[in-house]
Design a protein around this ligand. Sequence first.
Ligand code: PLP
Length: 409
Amino acid sequence: MALINEHFLKLQNNYLFSDIAKKVNSFKVTHPKDKIIRMGIGDVTLPVAPAVIEAMHKAVEEMASKETFHGYGPEQGYPFLIDAIIKNDYVSRGIYLEPGEVFISDGAKSDCGNIGDILRHDNSIGVTDPVYPVYIDSNVMSGRAGTIEDGKWSDVVYIPCTEANNFVPDLPSRRVDIIYLCYPNNPTGTTLSKSELKKWVNYALANDCLIMYDSAYEAYIQDPDIPHSIYEIKGAKKVAIEFRSFSKTAGFTGIRCGYTVVPKELNGFTLAGERVSLNKLWNRRQCTKFNGTSYITQRGAEAVYSPEGKEQIQKTIDYYMTNAKIMHESLTACGLKVYGGVNAPYLWIKCPDGLSSWKFFDKLLYEVNIVGTPGVGFGPSGEGYLRLTAFGDRDDTLEAMARLKKWLL
Ligand code: PLP
């Protein structure tokens, strides 16, 4: 008899996106002629940069001949990509990493979810709220979250991020072993300054706390003073793992490639208090459970760092961030309170007139035919907010903003 991991039974069905789809579908049935503009989408919409496509084509050709064929690659990733990452994403910011500290993967979601494999089941967890749901659900699966009561997990410390604290999380009210930070943030689109991030690194150093730092959206940062990596903060290599992704940086949502940095200075502890290298444990975990990201994909990711690749992906990011600017200005002009959207492709809107997230969602859908994402779907502190994304088409973005102006002004 195979016994199951019963923690899986505790998982809440996440109905957010299926509820949205249901509402949109029933609207379409009753209003077949109305044009809906989708601004809830969390996926990119522009094609992959030509430099990446070219590199992938070349890699495919290599697979076709005996002399250049590639079979299994290193589980940790090919040195050509690791070197390009270290040089372009870290050394350029004064951060020095060894090749053995960077692990290439098939994306940040897998790594954020799998990292728990190397950590004991009874660590206490802290999350900022609202939050990218993977951090919580992956901890529910391994029994770290406790039980759910009134929409909150009993063993998770929720750190509210709302307009009351300007979306800057306070240090947790009770000690946590592991804290998840995501900046630029999904869903709020807000960022942390160097001094705010430093507060967290110092907290982690003082409390033997491990920070899981998700910087999947760092490429969207416009302000030169906002940190792109947690390792820009002194001491962070002793306390933080960093997750990065090519998904939003270079349109790899369908190709799949990301990487995780586990510094060699970073330790966890045995119950007896002995220090153990997390880098060694993660390496062992990957070698056992992961057989590497495809050669073709890694050659494509390498091309992101070529001069043409850099220029092309920057153009795409500029396109999305111009959408974000248009949206921010228009929504603000409509009298709405808007957060994010300056260093991130997400805009977090305070629902007007005290409306709930779902009420405002319905009004947007029925009165201006715009689809957003109700903030409450990202956690209790998301109630009363709605997320819009800047990943849409420019003409649709302009039309949506014109509709909103007509509706609200
Ligand atoms: N981290 C955050 C905060 C995200 O919003 C997403 C995707 O939406 C991911 C990670 C997943 O990235 P990937 O496509 O690399 O798995």
